[in-house]
Design a protein around this ligand. Structure first.
Ligand SMILES: [Fe+2]
Length: 276
């Protein structure tokens, strides 16, 4: 079995340099990962499969490179159903009908897998997306909660590396809490509104990462995680800053979990920000 590899940056100025949770092939992942997930820290799952997904089909599809390494909106079901299909599928020479059929089936396979992993959650929405184009070194960032996310739902995004030839490599830097503690004085973070988690994350990102000194590329420490083919992972992308270093061919399963069904509600992002 191929194993996920982790490289720690000793320059990180925190007592815990990178907290993560690792599940190997002999570890039970069903109904056991609540605290790991709700911690927001990276959760790595090696040697397990989402039953029904045909990895051969995806690995035999052509690779797809975009002009100037451009980011492309992931393909959700609504994109794939559209007529005509996204121009990107044509770039790849995909049989659109076949791909759409696979996407629909895989969504069901993921639904079943997710329900085995987290049977205690009440889920309001579920969506699968495909992220196919090769990405090399995007910006370190924090995901911003979109306007539809009012704080009543807690989003999970589970990723599966479909690329059989190359790993997916992500870098992780500080969490929101670590930025807040490390740069409180230097970046005047006392000015941030802890009662509005949308604006809090955006402002913190703009001051500590996307600032004029380009900390998103050249300043902050990075811990690198190299995910082999078939590896799965998730983490709270609003809580831990992260960056894609390299990757092709990815499936992402998203679910909006009702906050009331979380097992450790104090770990929710709005709550954690209020407690800082
Ligand atoms: Fe992100």
């Amino acid at each position: 079995m191929l194993k996920t590899q982790i490289a720690i940056d000793p320059e990180a100025r925190c007592s815990n340099k990178l907290d993560y949770h690792y599940y190997g092939p002999n570890d039970n992942i069903y109904d056991t990962m609540y605290e790991a997930f709700e911690s927001g820290e990276p959760v790595i799952i090696d040697g397990h499969t989402v039953d029904g997904i045909d990895m051969d089909y995806y690995s035999n599809l052509p690779e797809w490179y975009t002009d100037k390494n451009a980011w492309v909106k992931p393909w959700y079901l609504s994109d794939l159903k559209r007529e005509p299909m996204p121009a990107s599928t044509k770039d790849m020479g995909l049989d659109g009908e076949e791909f759409l059929k696979r996407h629909r089936k895989d969504q069901k396979h993921w639904d079943a897998f997710f329900d085995q992993c987290f049977p205690k959650y009440t889920v309001n929405a579920r969506m699968l997306s495909h992220r196919y184009n090769q990405l090399v070194q995007n910006n370190l960032h924090l995901d911003l909660p979109d306007e539809e996310h009012t704080g009543n739902d807690h989003q999970i995004r589970m990723f599966l590396n479909l690329d059989r030839k190359k790993p997916r490599i992500l870098a992780f830097s500080y969490s929101v809490e670590q930025y807040f503690r490390l740069y409180y004085d230097e970046k005047s973070l006392d000015q941030l509104d802890k009662t509005n988690y949308h604006s809090f994350i955006k402002e913190l990102r703009d001051r500590c990462i996307w600032n004029e000194d380009k900390w998103d590329q050249f300043h902050l420490p990075r811990h690198y995680i190299t995910f082999p083919p078939g590896s799965m992972w998730f983490f709270n992308a609003q809580w831990i800053s992260h960056q894609i270093i390299f990757g092709n061919k990815l499936q992402c399963y998203e679910a909006d979990i009702e906050v009331d069904s979380l097992q450790f509600p104090e770990l929710g992002v709005p709550n954690r920000i209020a407690q800082l």
